[in-house]
Design a protein around this ligand. Structure first.
Ligand code: NDP
Length: 451
């Protein structure tokens, strides 16, 4: 085989920046992955020659569209919606839908890129995609959310399908929104098929899907700790966020004997030095999903706890950290504080919650650090199992699904150890996840030839 000119890492990143102006999150996600992949493919000419990383870092397509709806006061509102289909080399595009005012094309492209590696790591046949809109469900009536979801799906339906692209929930999209969108897809197409995951049990949802991301992150954390001769039991834990991922992570930490000290939302964090038991966590779940309230109300409900307005929880000393809110919520300064305060492990429930500077601090300190694409893959894994159940017209029970989730998280840990292990016994989980995720997608792409 001819030896081709290789671009070096710096020129590659320069090219990504040039081709994606004004998209810092996407450039950040590609940079983080490229560092490890360049090292891995250094002596593997076939990946260079086929320009594999360059191709994965260029989405198959980005669809953007107008979403027009009417609010309760009969004002016409216009929002922008997207679906980013990053790569379907190993299966139909798969990834959540996010409704949040901070959604941009850059954010969705970074999420779809990350999703490609994460889905590959699960071992299930799923490609990477992500979608969303600038819509903010907070403070909207149910009827407004329904009209928005229907309007969004009225455009999206033509781009998705059970063998094409299967969206799910993400920030701002829970079972209520999935219900409205699934109903609209069914109405337009006159087909009942597993086109979305995260559905309610009554219409094809899977047991364990709501719990899967948070539980899976804690299973992964447990795997990292036990590999290093430690356990969750008896350790204090700081968690950010108070949505689906954060509350289920808190629940599993408490079940395994850990002490959950904090939760947060975009208005600040609560600190409960006594720790959170199941009753308190159930209260937060109801607060967030039924009453749709703010986490500050926790401090009024539970004496001894405090609310810290407009602050992040990273200054609270603990041994375990689970960032479960949003991207770039933990920067280099916060990472230094966490390390200084005696942290032993960080597992990311959110996608890319740590900035590149923060990641460097964790690596230098050699703490156990699991990136989101490994630690939070349990959610999409059970989404993949929901697709299998829909296709086979069966429903598996909680025990079967929990066993599958546990095994998948164990397999991901093993893959990270295989590709990220150093001579000193320390595992670089970022490197392990990047390389293992890349290899499967890359080899599938090589098989297809140039496209
Ligand atoms: P939810 O909408 O259920 O909860 C999101 C939580 O994060 C809320 O507490 C929210 O607070 C907080 N949050 C959102 N944006 C910001 C912000 N800009 N600053 C501070 N806090 C913020 O979402 P999920 O729990 O589903 O998702 C959380 C993270 O996990 C995301 O990164 C998502 O991509 C990732 N993830 C989710 C999966 C899933 O299965 N749901 C799967 C894999 C990853 P507020 O109410 O104030 O907005």
């Amino acid at each position: 085989m001819a030896v081709h000119d290789h671009v070096d890492l710096a020129s590659f990143i320069e090219g990504v920046k040039k081709r994606n102006p004004g998209q810092p999150e996407f450039v950040q996600a590609v940079t983080e992955v490229a560092q490890d992949i360049f090292e891995f493919i250094e002596d593997k000419e076939k990946y260079h020659a086929a320009q594999i990383l360059r191709r994965i870092a260029e989405p198959d397509r980005v669809v953007s569209f107008r979403v027009c709806w009417e609010d309760d006061a009969h004002n016409i509102r216009v929002q922008r919606g997207w679906r980013v289909q990053n790569n379907n080399a190993i299966g139909p595009y798969k990834g959540g839908i996010r409704f949040h005012p901070t959604v941009t094309e850059s954010v969705l492209k970074f999420l779809a890129f990350e999703q490609t590696f994460k889905n590959s790591l699960t071992g299930l046949p799923m490609g990477g995609g992500k979608g969303g809109a600038t819509f903010n469900p907070k403070g909207k009536s149910d009827a407004e959310v329904m009209r928005f979801c229907q309007a969004y799906m009225t455009e999206l339906y033509r781009h998705i399908g059970p063998d094409t692209d299967v969206p799910a929930g993400d920030i701002g999209v829970g079972s209520r929104e999935i219900g409205y969108m699934f109903g609209q897809y069914k109405r337009i197409t006159n087909r009942w098929e597993g086109v979305l995951t995260g559905k309610a049990l009554e219409y094809g949802g899977s047991l364990m899907r709501p719990e899967a991301t948070g539980y899976g992150a804690v299973y992964f954390l447990g795997n990292m700790l036990s590999h290093a001769g430690m356990e969750i039991d008896g350790r204090s834990c700081v968690i950010s966020g108070s949505g689906n991922v954060a509350t289920h992570a808190a629940e599993m930490i408490a079940r395994r004997g850990g002490k959950v000290l904090t939760l947060s939302d975009s208005d600040g964090f609560i600190h409960d030095p006594a720790g959170m038991n199941q009753e308190k966590i159930d209260w937060v779940k109801a607060l967030k999903t039924v009453r749709r309230g703010r986490i500050s109300e926790y401090a009024e409900e539970f004496p001894g706890s405090t609310h810290h307005a407009d602050k992040t929880p990273w200054g609270v000393p603990a041994e375990l950290f689970l960032p479960c809110a949003t991207q770039n919520e933990l920067n280099g300064e916060a990472a230094k504080t966490i390390v200084k305060n005696g942290c032993v492990a960080v597992a990311e429930g959110a996608n890319m919650p740590t900035t590149l500077e923060g990641v460097e601090v964790f690596h230098d300190a050699k703490i156990l650090y699991a990136p989101g694409k490994a630690a939070n893959a349990g959610g999409v894994a059970v989404s993949g199992l929901e697709m299998s159940q829909n296709a086979a017209r069966v429903s598996w029970n909680t025990k079967q699904l929990d066993t599958l989730l546990t095994d998948i998280m164990g397999d991901i840990h093993a893959k990270c150890a295989q590709y990220g292990g150093g001579g000193d016994g320390h595992i670089n989980y970022v490197k392990g996840a990047n390389i293992a995720g890349f290899k499967k997608v890359a080899d599938a792409m090589l098989a297809y030839g140039v496209m």
